[in-house]
Design a protein around this ligand. Structure first.
Ligand SMILES: Nc1ncnc2c1ncn2[C@@H]1O[C@H](COP(=O)(O)OP(=O)(O)OP(=O)(O)O)[C@@H](O)[C@H]1O
Length: 292
C-alpha cells in the first residue's frame, strides 16, 4: 500500500525555549498507509493528540518533517498556503459539538465548503450528502443544532468536516461521552467511511475493544515516543507488555487471560467476542469428546 503519511524524526516541544519547555514528541518516525484504518493508543499525556495535529499542520514540528501525500511540513512551514492542503485532511477534535455555532444544522455543515469559496448551491449539495453519510435525517436540516441530542450534535460536527470531502479523516476520541448506542453508531460510521468511501481513518482512542473491532494497524505511544506498531494481534499478543505501558487489554483478551491464569489452555489469545466464543466452543467440544 502507498504511504499517505510519513513522520521523519519528528520532535515537538511545547513552549520551546522557556523554562516550561516539554518534548511531547521525541524523535518520532512512522508511516501510515493510504486507505488504512489506524488506531493510535497510549496512556494519557503520551502524545497522541500532539501527533495527529501535525497531520494537518495545525502543529508544526520543532525538528523533523512530515509528508502527507505530496505536502512536506517542516519546522519553517507557515500557515500561508495551507488552506487547500487542509481540505484533504479532516480533523474531528474531542467533543467537536462544542464548535457548532450556526443557527441551523444545514448552515453549520455548509460553513466549511463556503469558506473554501464553493457556491451556495454546491455547498448545500455537499452538506446534504454529508448529512446522509452520518445518518442525519434531512428533516433536521433547518433545526438549530443546539436543539439536538448530544449524539446528533456530534454527527452534525462530523458532517461539517465530511462536507469538505477529505481523503484522510482524523478522529480524536470520537466516542467520548456517548452512550453505548451512540458509540456503536460512531464506530460504524468510521468503518463505513473507511470501507465504502475509501478514506484513510486515524483513530485516537482509549477503547481497546474499538481497536480490535475496527482498526487494521495500531501505533502505540509512550512518553512522546512510538514504542510499537503492528496489527492488533501483534500489539496484544504480549499482555505483560501492554500492562507495562499502562494500557488495557481488549475485554475478550483479558477474559481469556484470566482463564489461562486459572489453568485453562486457551491457545492463541482471542481479541474479539467472536474469537473468544469460538475458542470456548472448541474447548467445550473437545471436553465433550473426551467424556464420550
Ligand atoms: N498546548 C500545550 N502546551 C503545553 N503542553 C502541552 C500542550 N498540549 C499538550 N501538552 C503536553 O504534551 C504532552 C502530550 O500531550 P497530548 O495531549 O498530545 O497527549 P495525549 O496522549 O493525547 O493525552 P490524552 O490521552 O490525555 O488526550 C502532555 O504532557 C501534555 O501535558
Amino acid at each position: 500500500m502507498d504511504q499517505a503519511i510519513s513522520f521523519d524524526h519528528v520532535t515537538h516541544t511545547y513552549q520551546a525555549k522557556t523554562p516550561y519547555a516539554q518534548d511531547a514528541l521525541n524523535d518520532v518516525s512512522v508511516t501510515i498507509a493510504e486507505n488504512s484504518f489506524t488506531a493510535i493508543i497510549g496512556h494519557t499525556g503520551s502524545g497522541k493528540s500532539t501527533l495527529v495535529q501535525h497531520i494537518n499542520a495545525l502543529l508544526k514540528p520543532t525538528q523533523g518533517t512530515i509528508k502527507v501525500h505530496d505536502k512536506l511540513i517542516t519546522p519553517t512551514t507557515t500557515n500561508k498556503n495551507l488552506k487547500e492542503f487542509r481540505r484533504h485532511v479532516g480533523m474531528v477534535f474531542q467533543f467537536p459539538e462544542k464548535q457548532l455555532f450556526e443557527e441551523t444544522v444545514i448552515k453549520d455543515i455548509m460553513f466549511g465548503p463556503k469558506n473554501y469559496g464553493v457556491s451556495e448551491a454546491d455547498a448545500k449539495h455537499a452538506a446534504v450528502d454529508a448529512m446522509n453519510l452520518v445518518g442525519l435525517d434531512q428533516s433536521l436540516a433547518e433545526k438549530s443544532p443546539f436543539d439536538l441530542s448530544g449524539g446528533q450534535m456530534r454527527r452534525v460536527a462530523i458532517a461539517g468536516v465530511l462536507a469538505m470531502r477529505p481523503e484522510i479523516l482524523i478522529l480524536d476520541e470520537p466516542t467520548a461521552g456517548l452512550d453505548p448506542q451512540g458509540h456503536k453508531e460512531m464506530m460504524t460510521l468510521a468503518q463505513r467511511l473507511h470501507d465504502h468511501d475509501q478514506m484513510t481513518i486515524i483513530l485516537v482512542t482509549h477503547q481497546m475493544d474499538d481497536v480490535v473491532n475496527y482498526a487494521s494497524q495500531v501505533i502505540v505511544m509512550d512518553r512522546g515516543k512510538i514504542v510499537k506498531t503492528g496489527s492488533p494481534a501483534q500489539i496484544f499478543a504480549d499482555p505483560e507488555w501492554v500492562y507495562e505501558r499502562q494500557l488495557n487489554l481488549p475485554s475478550s483478551t483479558e477474559f481469556a487471560q484470566r482463564l489461562i491464569d486459572a489453568g485453562i489452555p486457551m491457545g492463541k489469545l482471542p481479541l474479539t467476542v467472536n474469537q473468544l466464543a469460538d475458542r470456548i466452543a472448541e474447548l467445550v467440544a473437545k471436553g465433550d469428546s473426551m467424556n464420550e
